[in-house]
Design a protein around this ligand. Sequence first.
Ligand code: ZN
Length: 682
Amino acid sequence: MKKSIVMAMTALVLASCGANKQTLTTPAIEDFNYTVEQFADLQILRYRVPEIEQLSLQQQELLYYLTEAALQGRDILYDQNGKYNLAIRQVLEAIYTDPKQDKTSADFKALELYLKRVWVSNGIHHHYGGDKFVPTFSQNYFETAVKALPTEKLPLRDGETVDTLLATLVPVIFDPTVDAKRVNQEAGADLVLTSACNYYDGVTQVEAEDFYAKMKVKNDPEPISYGLNSKLVKKDGVVQEEVYKVGGLYSAALEKVVYWLEKAKAVAENDQQRGAIQKLIDFNQTGNLKTFDEYAILWVEDTASTIDFVNGFTETYGDPLGMKASWESLINFKNVEASKRTTIISDNAQWFENHSPVANEFKKEKVKGVTAKVITAAMLGGDCYPTSPIGINLPNANWIRAAHGSKSVTIENLTEAYDQASHGNGFRDEFAWSKTELDWMNTHEMQTDNLHTDLHECLGHGSGKLLPGVDADALKAYGATIEEARADLFGLYFMADPMMQKLGLLTNPDAYKAQYYSYFMNGLMTQLTRIEPGKNIEESHMRNRQLIANWVLQKSATDKAVELRVRDGKTYVVINDYKLVQKHLGELLAEIQRIKSTGDYAAAQKIVEDYAVKVDPKLHAEVLARYEKLKIAPYKGFVNPVYKASFDKNGKFTGLSIDYTEGYAEQHLRYSRDYSPLTVKH
Ligand code: ZN
């Protein structure tokens, strides 16, 4: 472990002398320290960027500019996640770095913990569950610490005083009834008014829905993703959008993004990629959503480039109405060897579509351009940082996916970090029914997890079709859960198909059982470690997993394909018949696809509320108690590597270096110092 730190420090010294080649070497897995630190329910990891040294000089330069663009949007996400997040972060960091603070006091340590959680969540609500954190430092301590700070350290806007700032922030931090949830999905509530996310201001759910319903053109074959890049506000009694663009909302951050994208464009790998970057620049400058669709098409059709990126307003999970997108970025390059696997899958996409267990009327006659690759993440930004997905499928607009295909990626260097960090932590031993399941998981799970991600992203999301005239948003708040269930089911169903052996994707015919077992163990039991006692499941991926596992469990009531069994007071998942489980998964996939294809809102609501939301309090308590003993953090976050670019005296790029040694707090404080265009500075 120490060895890799020493090596990286040597690299840093070399970088400052302008040398480059040696500084890009990738440490071996055995020499790499994947874990950084652990607090609350989080473990912070670091990830390797293997084979970065094989990129050409021009590719390194492109990668570098894109990583800079990726870091510039961090503040946007904080603001989207909550109106006061940026101010709160700034105040907390000022106290945290205040030399006058007693760093050994209980209050200081509690504030440090709270700040570390804020960094993870890009705000004051849990990144996954969406509930507001409960501070364990006192209000009195906070107020005294703020008043002791020099005022130039505080985010005071014109006319604001320390007292008015405190009057604003104190209830937001300390009063559990204020802004309790980032995204509220409780049926019956006004989802807009009861959610603390900052996509709406002064408008009700009905007003927001009416506003966008009026914009929608009926039967438009190329429907615009209205609302994607704006905040909806009421000003002088009029409901209107504040658009995210240069010269509009978040201008200061988007100007910096554009600055780095311009540099990236100049060293793009090919014309297709250059065109896509230019369109993204245009979109950031105009906020025109038609331009965004043009960009998405150019981007999805660029399959030749090695370096690839996501940069901008992308996923809509953070909006209770599922329209407004949070800012995110992921800079990556292709893992050529591992991508052979995804190529096999996409080459056979039509076979999978034809053989899927859904009704023929909901199948795509022709599956278009499912391109899939395995990638290496080089930088995580915005809503991909510090917690990151392990697979992504974009673009999101259904009509673009149908007409131009989608790009699907599996991020294998992050999976590697998860897997390496989990070795020997006792988790599987505690929850597996017997040594058989344990051995299957230990031997095959990394492989089948990656394969499931491939199938989910590259076939699942791309499969099926909406019947003519069905609104893509018809399932509203239930849409995300249904969509994730559809993709997961597609992957699970086919993983048990002999085609997997035929295509050489799984060598061992028992391997899929590892995936089935761990999926049910997770969906029925162990994912509950992420839920506080008494709470329901809110997050759509978690809802999807419980929906699938619970539905099949109920379906197995008589045939006992899956059951929960108690031994020595502990509950276990037991799968008695794997083939029967596959059959039930196929039945559920057919129903979920029917709901999606026909836009059956009532059925979506019923199946989600019946199977995906509620938690059995007794089982929940048992799982938490068993998990507690293992001292494992259920969530993982990452620190990014630090890149340094070298230039000669004429400003010509001469090479890139990478350093893996930055700490977690160190990284966030640096980002807040160097990449915070939206915070108040004096
Ligand atoms: Zn998905």
